[in-house]
Design a protein around this ligand. Sequence first.
Ligand SMILES: [Zn+2]
Length: 83
Amino acid sequence: MVERMCHVCRTMRPKSALIRVVRTPDGAFCVDAVGKIDGRGCYVCREGDCVAKGVKSRYLNRAFKCVVEQEVYQEVVRYAGEQ
Ligand SMILES: [Zn+2]
């Protein structure tokens, strides 16, 4: 089973338990619902507090070392709420 680390709580989890945000080669950010989009990815737990904590601490900014737009965070929150 492929495991990845949640960037917020630093726990290794199966990919299915995580939400992946990816920076595509053209510099855009999006939630990778299928887990197959090319680019550098960053993971956060689907369940629990990690999404809320991560949004608060701007975890994507730290992960990608740049300013990630609020809309991307909102997309993660929305996606987490749908699961
Ligand atoms: Zn986590």
